[in-house]
Every structure is written in C-alpha cells, then in structure tokens.
Design a protein around this ligand. Structure first.
Ligand code: FCB
Length: 464
C-alpha cells in the first residue's frame, strides 16, 4: 500500500507517530506550587485589557494537580505520543541560579506516567513562559537571556534525558519575538520593533545553545526546533503588494529557515530590519551556533498568510508584527473559517511541508501542531459532537499524506490540542481541545474528535 492511502500512516510506518500536544502555561495552572516563579504570561494577564475577558492562566486546566488522571485519559484514547512543554519558571523560579527540584519532580512524574502507559514523551523547553525575573532584566532582547536558556536546557536534559529522547528547544520563535515585543499582543506586551528583532536573534541563539546542552547530556537525543511557517499568498497584484508578500515571507518563514538550516540571515530581511535596528546584537559566530545540525524539524500549521500593502497612510500605523514593514497587512481570504476566525486551508499544510523540503535540506519533519478552534456545544446527554473539528483534522491529515506522497519525510503528526486551554491573548474563549474542559468544574469530556483520533490511530497501527 502506498503512503497516501487512507488507513495508512502518512509517514514511514515503522517510524511514524501520532500524538496530542499541549503547553505548560496553557494547561498547568498551579502557578504557586513547587516554588514556581511568575512567568511573563502571569504578569501580562494580570494587566487589564491584555487578555480577553480578563482571563488568567492561574488555574488553566489545572493539569498540575490532575496530571495522573490526564495521562490515564490519554492512554484510554490510545494516543501513542504526547508533546508537552516544561515551564522554565517551575524549574528555575528566577530563570537563573537555584534549581527547583520540586518543579523538576513534576516533570519526572509526568514522564514516568507517560512511559508507564506506553506513551512516547516529546518535550519542548520553551513555549513562551519566560520567567518574569528575566524579563525584568531585559528579556529576550538581551543576549544574557540566551545564555540563561542554555543553562536551563542543560538542567532539564540532565533531569529527564535518560527517559525523554525527543526534544524541541523553542516553540514558534516568531510569535515569541514579534507578537511579544513588536506587536505587543502577547507577553511581555512591548511595542518596540527593534527589541523584537534582537529578541528573534537571541531566541535563535538560545536554541543553538540548547542544542549543544541537550547533546552534551543525552547520548542519542532527537533534537528539533518548532517553527510556524505560513505559506504566503499575495492578495493583490501591484508591485507594492508583491513587496509586502516578500516582506512577510521573510519575517514569517525565511528568517528562521535560513538561520537554523543554513546559518545565515536573508539579506532582504536584514535590509528591512535595518529600518528599526542597528543589528549590532548579531555577533561573529552566532549563526554557526544557531545552525547546529538538528535531528528533526517541527512545523506548526494553522493557515496561510494572505498579504497586501496597506493602502492609505494612517498618522499612527498600528504596531507591526513585521519590523521595518509597518505598511503590510493580512487579509482574510474568501471561504470557511474556524470559530477562531482563521481560514480553513488544508492544502496550505501540503504546501508548507513541500516548501521547506524543496528549498532547504531539512532533517525529518514532524507536524508538531495542527488543530482548530470551534465553540463546542455540550449536548443534553453531555456528549460533544465536534464534527467541524473532525472535518478540519481529516482535511489536514489528508494534506500531510499528500505531502508524503510527493516525497516529504514526515515522521509524526501532533494534533493541537489535547485539552481545551488558555489560548494566550484570547483567554478561554477559543477551544482547541479534542477533550472538553469545563472551566468551572474542570471536568474533562472527550469530544467526538477524540474518538475519531483513537480510531485513526488504531487503524494505522493495525488495531494495536
Ligand atoms: C500556536 C501555539 C499554541 C496554540 C496554537 C493555537 O501558535 O504554539 O500554543 O496557541 O497556536
């Protein structure tokens, strides 16, 4: 049977894994336990007007307290792999110095539970929850933060590396830098495009230092970074529209791929950035650290970017997530959208997987995240028939199969997300889980999509 036939795994059958994904800040809660220090998301959410509805990640899905039951439910759902993130402020309250063994113990127990249920752990070191103390010292725009991240990576690797083989250093550094420091939409909520450019570089430098730290501690790790590429569609055919598309492609895609996979920054992106930054944070040797060889590359996919030049100057351009390019804008294409307002574009996933495979020489790929926000109705009998999410997932799994049929080396597919959770600046308004969480009672209820996933996985595993 070929890989593109339904019922077969999209990747090499002996090396392909299905999974569910979460991140620490979005599900754990328990922010005062284990001697955990505050993260930038705790602080950001504490400021009125930053997170929709004034929602706060203080309790989230309460996974810190309910971890054992949550892993048991994963096992009931027959999920072969689980991608989670480690909260840096739970491991080092201040982001430097003393190690909180109590915090590490939580992750040791989590990994033990997973392994006891035959679930493969995939750990991510940084999913946006910077210790607030490091932000107080300047955050990611400061070079020292990258060094501190390298130290933290070594601590996590030493504690878990004998049982966790699959690692990702940083999740979506584009969001962490551009939404956090330029657009101000994510923590820490700054509007400083020059700082965002430096933050991007230091996130990448931290990634490179973490790669070395993981390899130094673990005999045979699979080390990855998780990027979020956006296939680009020019939404207009003027030269200015095409240039806007080039600029967004540069910051969303080529910046990260070129740096990590080729050890260079694209000249045109540096030229655009020079409008807001002297680029003096880039030092000799940094790009060789940033481009350390990887064993895998994780991609997160939700939608494309449809881009055009923003017509009509406003006196005060909105804070741009595209440093040096304040006059580009994203437009929503015609067609279906999720309840989160994101266009449903499954063939964009095929395009993203093919684009990196054709333009670069990447290591094996994983889809580290793909999923959709729909406002689920809980039926009178308590069931949740989220057929829109199932349709979204079916389309995207087929899109992954199409990429594999065209030659992409895909090793896994993680659905975002296991549980409904704290969706960053959207608070609890957007539900991405295949398992429903009642945020009043914290009761979990698998949705129809969770049952769909179990059937899919069992089919692919021959009913194991
Ligand atoms: C990604 C994030 C993840 C989640 C999804 C919806 O950008 O990595 O934490 O918020 O979007």
């Amino acid at each position: 049977m070929s890989a593109d036939e339904p019922g077969q795994p999209p990747g090499p059958p002996d090396r392909f894994v299905w999974g569910l994904a979460t991140s620490a800040a979005q599900i754990e809660g328990g922010i005062d336990r284990d001697g955990r220090g505050p993260s930038i998301w705790d602080s950001f959410a504490g400021h009125a007007g930053r997170v929709r509805g004034g929602h706060h990640p203080g309790t989230a899905a309460d996974h810190r307290a309910r971890m054992v039951a949550d892993v048991a439910l994963l096992a009931e759902l027959k999920v072969p792999a689980y991608r989670f993130s480690i909260a840096w402020p739970r491991v080092q309250a201040l982001g430097r110095g003393r190690v909180n063994e109590e915090g590490l113990d939580f992750y040791r127990r989590l990994v033990e539970e997973l392994l006891a249920h035959d679930i493969e752990p995939f750990a991510t070191l940084y999913h946006w929850d910077l210790p607030q103390a490091l932000e107080d010292d300047g955050g990611w725009p400061e070079r020292d933060t990258a060094s501190r991240f390298g130290d933290y990576a070594a601590i996590a690797a030493a504690a878990l590396g004998d049982r966790v083989r699959h690692w990702s250093t940083v999740n979506e550094p584009w969001c962490a830098s551009m939404l956090g420091y330029a657009a101000g939409l994510h923590a820490p909520g700054r509007n400083d495009p020059g700082a965002a450019v430096a933050a991007a570089h230091h996130l990448l430098l931290g990634h490179g230092l973490a790669v070395d730290a993981l390899r130094a501690e673990i005999p045979d790790p699979e080390v990855a970074i998780t990027l979020n590429p956006y296939p680009i569609v020019p939404a207009g055919d003027s030269d200015a529209d095409r240039d806007a598309a080039r600029r967004v492609d540069g910051v969303a895609n080529r910046l990260w791929y070129d740096a990590v996979l080729q050890g260079r920054y694209p000249d045109d992106v540096l030229a655009d950035f020079s409008a807001v930054s002297d680029l003096e944070h880039i030092r000799d040797g940094d790009l060789s650290q940033i481009s350390r060889p990887l064993d895998a590359l994780g991609l997160n996919y939700y939608r494309r970017h449809h881009v055009r030049h923003r017509r009509g100057a406003s006196a005060q351009p909105p804070a741009s997530q595209w440093p040096g390019s304040p006059d580009v804008e994203l437009v929503r294409p015609v067609g279906p959208v999720t309840d989160g307002g994101w266009a449903v574009e499954p063939d964009g996933l095929t395009e993203a997987l093919l684009a990196v495979s054709e333009a670069y020489d990447p290591p094996p790929l994983y889809v580290h995240e793909a999923g959709a926000a729909y406002d689920d109705d809980v039926g009178p009998d308590g069931t949740i028939d989220d057929r829109a999410r199932i349709a979204w997932l079916e389309g995207h799994v087929e899109a992954a199969r199409a990429a594999v049929a065209a030659g992409v080396d895909l090793r896994g597919f993680f659905v975002w997300s296991y549980l409904d959770n704290f969706e960053w600046a959207e608070g609890y308004a957007h539900r991405f889980g295949v398992v429903h969480v009642d945020f009043r009672t914290l009761v979990r209820t698998p949705k129809a999509s969770a049952h769909w996933l179990r059937t899919l996985v069992q089919g692919d595993l021959g009913g194991r």
